[in-house]
Design a protein around this ligand. Structure first.
Ligand SMILES: [Zn+2]
Length: 181
C-alpha cells in the first residue's frame, strides 16, 4: 500500500510566496476580496487598523491603507524638484529618490525607478474597470500608487505615487538651515 506524499503542502506554500505578486493567489481567501489594503498579506511592519489610524492622518490612512487616490495636482510633492529622498509615510522606509523623479503632466509625483530593488511590490489591480499595476510598500504593505510603462528611459516606467503616501526629506539642506522658508 502506497503512502500519499504530502505534496498538498507545496501549493499552499507557493500561494503564500506568490501572494506578493499574484492576484489570483489572493482570491482563495474571502477577506482578500475586500480591496482595502492587504490585511491578508504578511509584511515586516504591521499594525492593526486602530494602530494605523493613530499613526496616520485621515488622508494618509485613506490613501495608504484603503488604496485611495489623492486628486491630481493637489498633493504636496507633485511639483517638488528639490534633491532628497522619499520615505514611506506609513513606515519610514526609503522608497524613491529625487534623482529618479521627473516632470510628468499627470499631477502626481512620478519616478522612473524605485530607490532599490525590493522596496516596493506590485500586484494586479482590476478596480474601476481598468487593469493597472498597484504599487505597495514592501515593508508595510501600504498603497503607494500605480506603475505604468509610459515613463522615460532607460526603465520606461512611471511610478505614479500619491504625495500622501510619502514623506520627503531634503538631503542637501545644510543642518544650519532652519526648516520652513
Ligand atoms: Zn511602508
Amino acid at each position: 500500500m502506497k503512502r500519499m506524499k504530502p505534496t498538498f503542502i507545496l501549493p499552499t506554500l507557493a500561494a503564500v510566496v506568490l501572494a506578493g505578486g499574484g492576484h489570483a493567489t489572493l482570491t482563495n481567501d474571502p477577506a482578500a476580496m475586500n480591496h482595502s489594503t492587504n490585511s491578508t498579506m504578511n509584511f515586516p511592519f504591521q499594525l492593526s487598523d486602530a494602530g494605523w489610524r493613530q499613526r496616520l492622518t485621515p488622508e494618509q490612512f485613506h490613501v495608504l491603507r484603503e488604496a485611495g487616490t489623492e486628486r491630481a495636482f493637489t498633493g504636496k510633492y507633485w511639483n517638488t524638484k528639490d534633491p532628497g529622498i522619499y520615505r514611506c509615510a506609513a513606515c519610514g522606509e526609503i522608497l524613491f529618490r529625487s534623482d529618479n523623479k521627473f516632470d510628468s503632466p499627470c499631477g502626481w509625483p512620478s519616478f522612473s525607478q524605485i530607490a532599490a530593488q525590493g522596496k516596493v511590490i506590485e500586484r494586479d489591480d482590476f478596480s474601476h474597470g481598468m487593469h493597472r499595476k498597484e504599487v505597495l510598500c514592501a515593508n508595510c504593505g501600504s498603497h503607494l500608487g500605480h506603475v505604468f510603462d509610459d515613463g522615460p528611459g532607460p526603465t520606461g516606467l512611471r511610478y505614479c505615487i500619491n504625495s500622501a503616501s510619502v514623506n520627503f526629506a531634503d538631503t542637501n539642506s545644510p543642518a544650519t538651515n532652519a526648516p520652513g522658508k
